[in-house]
Write a protein that binds this ligand. Sequence first.
Ligand code: SAH
Length: 236
Amino acid sequence: MRIDFVTIFPRMFDPLIAEGVIARGVKQGLLDVKAWDLRDYTTDKHRSTDDEAYGGGPGMVMLAEPVLRCVEAIGGGHIVLTSPQGRRFDQNIARELAAKEWVVFLCGRYEGFDHRVIEALQPDEISIGDFVVSGGELPAMLMADAIGRMVEGVVGNTGSVEEDSFFKGLLDYPHYTRPEELRGMRVPDVLLSGHHEKIRKWRKEQALRATRERRPDLLEKAELDKEAKKMMGWDE
Ligand code: SAH
C-alpha cells in the first residue's frame, strides 16, 4: 500500500517512517510512505504556501495552487483532506482506507485550505474528532497508523489486530503479563489455567462487560453472536 502526505512540514513524518509499526511496514516493503514538501510546488520566489483571507479576519489561508500542483505531481491515490469538518474517523473508516491501494493525505495549517482545493479535488474530508489541532500532520499520522497496521503482514500477528478494541465492534479485554503477582495484585486464575476454552470465554465476557460499562453506544451497534447474547443475559 502506498501512503503520501502533502505538508509544509515534511520532516514531521521522519519519526513515523523511522520507528514503529509503519517503519516496519516500510522496511518489509509492504508500505510505501512519502512526505511531499508543498514548498517545492510554490509559484513565487518567496515560496509562499499561504496568504491573507479574502474578506479579512484573523488567520492565514493555505494557497490552493501549490496543493493542486503537488497532487498532480503525485499523480493518483484516494485523496483525504484532514479537516474538523470531515466525517469522523473510526475503525470502519480505517478498514475502508486500508483496502485502498493508495491514499494521499492533505495536511492543512492556519485556517485551513482555500476552499477551491475542495472544489477542485472533491477529497474525502476526514476529522479525527470534535476538537481543533494546529495542523493536519498529526491527524494524518494517526490515521496512517490505524490504516497501516491493518495492511496484511505489517503487524506480525494479524490475529492481534483482530482482537483489538473496535475490530468486532467491542472494546478489548484486559491484558496481563509477568509476574503472576505484582504488589499484591494477582493475574486472574483463569489466565494461568491453560484451559483455552475457559480463557476464550473469560475474555469475551470481559470485552462485553467493558463495552457495556464504558461504551453502551457500541454495544447497541455490535452484531453479537448467540454466545455473546447469552453472556449478556439477552438470550431468548
Ligand atoms: N479553521 C479550521 C481549523 C483549521 S486547523 C476550522 O475551524 O475548521 C488547521 C488544520 O489542522 C486543518 O486544516 C486540518 O488540516 C487540521 N486539523 C485540525 N483539527 C483537525 C481535526 N479535528 N481533524 C482533522 N484535521 C484537523
